[in-house]
Design a protein around this ligand. Structure first.
Ligand SMILES: [Zn+2]
Ligand SMILES: [Zn+2]
Length: 409
């Protein structure tokens, strides 16, 4: 529905009906001679919209019409990660955006064609990937939707990606910090296994990144030795996956601010933890490994500049190690290319997750093999999106590991 609605809140309180906020709205139709104003009852959806750097407003959007090949997701949990912290502070564009790209919810409405194609029906609890596929390219056929141009906002200005796509164009609901999210025919959806709560399923994204980065990219497996830098939700998820995969040595680094996270890292499988502010991390890693260094380094730090990469290069074994990097810095002065080739290091890019990684992550969550409830530390309501993002960034509520945004609270 492309028509823009302007509305006033009626004096009466919102009526809550079947979890759909029904408001009395006054529609402003185009003034064609006679001013046409009339009262109408329109279902609307509340969403937290990023309107400027570090600024959120609660806005109402019209409930979208669901076509035969589309569906509607009633949001339960939107996970918040370090990417949200960065994109909230430095938005890639000035357009209004409903953030929220790690989304869990119930299918509230489906068109018959959507059910036929995708196999989901109303009432299913699902994990929604934030990539929206084209369904035709080589990457889509491989289940590597993250690489599809249709969802690549860096190169394609009209790319669709949950949590990134502008909210001022219908059907508006392209982010999880909202009561409902719109699912087009090409949304990538996974069933959440029985016994996994929506809040636990909120870990599907960091866990699938854990599988993609450590197993598929880093090649971690039986008897691997691994250095995981940064004990946030991402580093802790990597810890779980490396442990499950049979790594014989897991070292996790953090700073003094990470006290609680470091403790959780030990519970989840870290063999050693290093406070890089109190100890010389390289000396300690050499000591732990008997001078050998590690097979794989995973960079899960945020805002640490070039330091984790430089440490990783030196902490890797003498030859043939692998380092998976996030590369959030634009430039790397004095990049140690000579050291990298001398040690025959393979550098890989940490970039989201494949379909397979998501499925494995959901199975891992269902196994209940690790006390992952230690990660889901905080819940925030829709009106606290600003506080929630700041808290994940270490500047709000202390002690947050994984924050769940609950849009109905
Ligand atoms: Zn994320
Ligand atoms: Zn594609």
């Amino acid at each position: 529905m492309a028509r823009r609605l302007s509305f006033q809140r009626a004096t009466a309180k919102p009526l809550w009906s079947q979890n759909i906020c029904v408001l009395d709205l006054v529609l402003d139709w185009p003034r064609t001679g006679i001013e046409k104003r009339r009262n109408a009852r329109v279902e609307s959806v509340l969403a937290a919209v990023r309107v400027a750097p570090s600024k959120t407003e609660i806005r109402e959007f019209p409930m979208p019409d669901i076509p035969q090949d589309g569906a509607l997701l009633k949001m339960e949990v939107a996970g918040i990660c370090g990417t949200d912290v960065r994109l909230y502070r430095e938005p890639p564009s000035s357009a209004p955006v409903i953030m929220g790209h790690e989304n869990i919810g119930y299918i509230a409405k489906t068109g018959s064609e959507f059910t036929k194609r995708q196999g989901f029906k109303e009432g299913d609890l699902v994990f929604l990937e934030h990539y929206v596929s084209c369904g035709q390219c080589e990457w889509c056929h491989l289940g590597q939707y993250r690489h599809c141009e249709n969802t690549d906002w860096r190169y394609n200005p009209s790319a669709i990606r949950y949590g990134y796509t502008r909210a001022d164009a219908a059907p508006h609901l392209w982010g999880g910090f909202a009561q409902y999210v719109y699912l087009p025919w090409n949304a990538v959806v996974h069933h959440v296994p029985k016994g996994v709560t929506p809040e636990l399923a909120g870990l599907a994204t960091p866990m699938s990144n854990g599988i993609e980065w450590s197993l598929f990219d880093g090649g971690v497996g039986y008897n691997s030795t691994v250095l995981i830098q940064g004990p946030g939700q991402q580093g802790l998820s990597q810890t779980v996956i490396c442990k499950q995969a049979g790594a014989s040595l897991i070292i996790v680094t953090g700073t003094s601010r990470d006290g609680a996270r470091i403790e959780v890292a030990k519970v989840l499988g870290a063999d050693y933890v290093i406070n890089v502010e109190k100890e010389d991390p390289l000396a300690r890693i050499k000591e732990i490994t008997g001078g050998k260094g590690v097979d794989v380094v995973l960079d899960c730090t945020a805002g640490a500049g070039t330091t984790p990469i430089l440490l990783g290069v030196e902490a890797l074994k003498r030859r043939g190690g692998t380092m998976v990097v996030q590369g959030e810095i634009a430039e790397f002065p004095n990049f140690p290319i000579g050291r990298i080739t001398a040690k025959a290091i393979t550098i890989k890019s940490a970039r989201g997750h494949s379909y397979k990684a998501c499925e494995l992550a959901l199975q891992q969550l269902a196994s209940k093999r690790f006390p992952l409830e230690r990660l889901t530390t905080h819940k925030f309501g829709l009106h606290d999106v600003d506080l929630a993002i700041r808290s994940v960034g270490g500047q709000g509520v202390p002690g947050v590991i994984h924050a769940s945004l609950m849009p109905w609270q």
